[in-house]
Design a protein around this ligand. Structure first.
Ligand SMILES: Cc1cc2nc3c(=O)[nH]c(=O)nc-3n(C[C@H](O)[C@H](O)[C@H](O)COP(=O)(O)OP(=O)(O)OC[C@H]3O[C@@H](n4cnc5c(N)ncnc54)[C@H](O)[C@@H]3O)c2cc1C
Length: 592
């Protein structure tokens, strides 16, 4: 099955009952974003992506983007037209401020929309994703003139943006970059260097491309302290704001990749290209950090989106494919009747619902961190967004890969055959744990920067919150008691592992570094259990009330999913505790 159906009911359930999209409409500037408007926007955009982008997913994978002899890059057949329709419909503008032509919707709404965009066509979705990162950076740090010139066009989708960090010797270690920026004496700069792996560095979707390039000015301090950020447009912009002369930059080749083949991954050469400094010199890394939460969340979301797409394919295949006889059946059975296939499908479903809760909560926290009226709320949500971001990115993308693999397994041998389509999801999502900071770097960020926030008080409060949900489930009685017990059982080892990391990590950083990845997974699994318990509590409340438009079956299914996760997936978190606290001795005793 290659189609895609936006899971609107599941999305609405999380938006309205696990997080609180309605409360965002009370914030200044968001009054128009009431839940009804939000849902009709998501319905319409979801339909658009399913109809216009999803059919190009497989053909784009087969055709690839290609570089032509003149250095131009052609995206696969149908992409320019589909992108033009996307622009015409106004979808790129949804989560950006009205003063730059945006729709002025909360980030949460943009993220929910992005879920359907990415699920429909990950290769194509990367162009808006990178553009969004560039917009975010310029909204925070660009001058008013830069925002007028570039942001307005990017918000409209007329121009796209790129992020140029990586160089051959500077990947995770961005501070090792050597691209140079020399002042031209007229306020502009000349940029020279080579960047690799630049997503949509060149393409035929728009008339201009706004490259954000990290480079070093003369006498810059070494490492990350000496990085500056420049706008380097493909075409210099004339006085009327239109693309003028061609800038001295080019795409010298594009990569042949494992997945996301529709998306051009470019080697970019800058040879005395005209650049405009963003903000102050040597502050580029700090600026990058401002947009990191949103960019990393967008990549975490890919795990959710591709997980959902692969799940839909697996469910359809399992209903169709007949093999063997399930106990009690009289003839051959659809494979969905077999317990082990049901286990695979439910493993996917439960993880997807946990990830949707996580990603949406992370996005809601970004909104409240920026727009809540109360300073205490802003502070608390800013810390929560900081804490959740490496979990969304790291756990979200690891789970996304695992789910795509399960979907291949559900398809049996056909899963391994490209024609079935699910192999593409497996290949596509594999990049997500690598780019935008590898998941190893996310784990280091979690234990090195996030756990120490306010001397460990932030993570302690977070775990207290999980415990409070466990207590609420226990108090609710009935089926929810088991969920409360499972969550309580998971919290104990999590607390121990956290305390160990926070205390020994201070004096022995290698302890924390050695346990970082298992800890990120542990925290991800428990966070998933927490959010599914919240979902189950909400479903139970709705079932007792008027249901808010969700039928009894839908609500009952939320409980089934949460119970499966609590009994079969959540207990795995405790098993990770020894790995978190083992320390580095064996890692460094091993010979390679
Ligand atoms: C398809 C694709 C698209 C991309 N798009 C962009 C883009 O648009 N713009 C852009 O600038 N870049 C882009 N990248 C680059 C991407 O962000 C980098 O590949 C990524 O940051 C990892 O860097 P690296 O490849 O040099 O790996 P390395 O840094 O060499 O890492 C190799 C391994 O070592 C580990 N490692 C490295 N340092 C440490 C450390 N200090 N502690 C522990 N472990 C460590 C890593 O986790 C990883 O497992 C893209 C890459 C690809 C493949």
């Amino acid at each position: 099955m290659t189609g895609y159906r936006p899971p609107l009911a599941d999305m609405r359930f999380v938006l309205e009952h696990v997080v609180d999209v309605a409360a965002l409409a009370d914030l200044e500037g968001f009054a128009h974003a009431d839940p009804e408007t939000v849902m009709s926007l998501l319905e319409e955009s979801g339909r658009f992506f399913a109809e216009q982008f999803a059919p190009l997913n497989r053909s784009g994978d087969l055709e690839h983007s290609r570089r032509n002899d003149d250095g131009s890059v052609s995206t696969p057949e149908g992409f320019p037209k589909a992108y033009a329709r996307y622009v015409e419909a106004g979808w790129p503008a949804v989560p950006f401020p009205a003063e730059y032509g945006g729709g002025g919707f909360p980030w949460l709404v943009g993220v929910a929309m992005q879920e359907t965009l990415t699920a429909a066509n990950m290769g194509l979705s990367l162009c808006p994703l990178l553009t969004q990162g560039a917009i975010d950076m310029l909204l925070h740090h660009g001058s008013e003139e830069q925002r007028e010139t570039y942001v307005t066009k990017m918000v409209a989708g007329q121009w796209t943006g790129t992020m140029n960090l990586t160089e051959p010797q500077a990947g995770s270690d961005v501070g090792a970059l050597t691209t140079k920026a020399i002042p031209a004496g007229d306020g502009t700069w000349r940029i020279t260097g080579q960047k690799i792996f630049i997503t949509y560095g060149e393409h035929d979707l728009t008339e201009n491309i706004v490259h954000l390039v990290l480079a070093r000015v003369p006498d810059a301090p070494p490492g990350t302290k000496g990085i500056s950020c420049f706008i380097v447009p493909k075409f210099l912009v004339d006085e009327q704001g239109r693309p003028g002369p061609r800038n001295a930059l080019s795409c010298v080749s594009i990569e042949h990749k494992m997945g996301i083949n529709a998306s051009p991954t470019c080697v970019m050469a800058y040879e005395d290209a005209v650049g405009y400094l963003v903000g102050e010199p040597n502050e580029g890394m700090r600026y990058m950090f401002t947009m990191m939460n949103t960019a990393r969340l967008s990549v975490g979301l890919e795990g959710l989106a591709i997980g959902e797409r692969a799940y839909q394919a697996a469910v359809a295949y399992a209903a169709e494919r007949r093999q063997g006889r399930a106990p009690g059946a009289t003839g051959d059975s659809a494979i969905v009747e077999h317990a082990d296939v049901r286990r695979m499908l439910l493993t996917m479903k439960a993880h997807i619902e946990a990830l949707r809760g996580l990603v949406y909560l992370n996005a809601e926290s970004i909104d409240l961190a920026q727009h809540a009226a109360d300073e205490g709320v802003r502070q608390a949500r800013s810390e929560l967004a900081d804490l959740l971001t490496p979990i969304s990115k790291g756990w979200g993308t690891d789970v996304g890969c695992a789910l795509a693999s399960v979907a291949v397994q559900v398809h049996g041998g056909m899963g391994y055959i490209e024609e079935a389509g699910v192999a593409q999801h497996y290949r596509d999502i594999r990049i997500a744990p690598i780019y935008e900071g590898t998941n190893g770097i996310q784990a280091i960020d979690l234990v090195g920067r996030k756990l120490p926030m306010r001397g460990g008080a932030v993570i302690r409060a977070y775990i207290d919150g999980i415990e409070a949900t466990a207590a609420a489930a226990t108090a609710a009685g009935g089926d929810l008691v088991a969920l409360g017990a499972a969550l309580t059982a998971a919290v104990g080892p999590l607390r121990e592992a956290t305390t160990w990391l926070v205390t020994t990590g201070r004096e022995h950083p290698n302890n924390a570094l050695a346990g970082a990845t298992p800890y990120l997974e542990m925290l991800g699994i428990v966070t998933g259990g927490w959010l599914l318990t919240r979902a189950a509590l909400a479903a139970a409340r709705l079932a007792e009330g008027d249901g808010d438009g969700f039928d009894d079956d839908f609500l009952a299914q939320k409980l089934v999913t949460a119970r499966f996760y609590a009994t079969q997936l959540l207990p795995r978190a405790a098993g990770l505790r020894p790995a978190v606290t083992a320390g580095p001795a064996d890692l460094f005793a091993a010979a390679f």
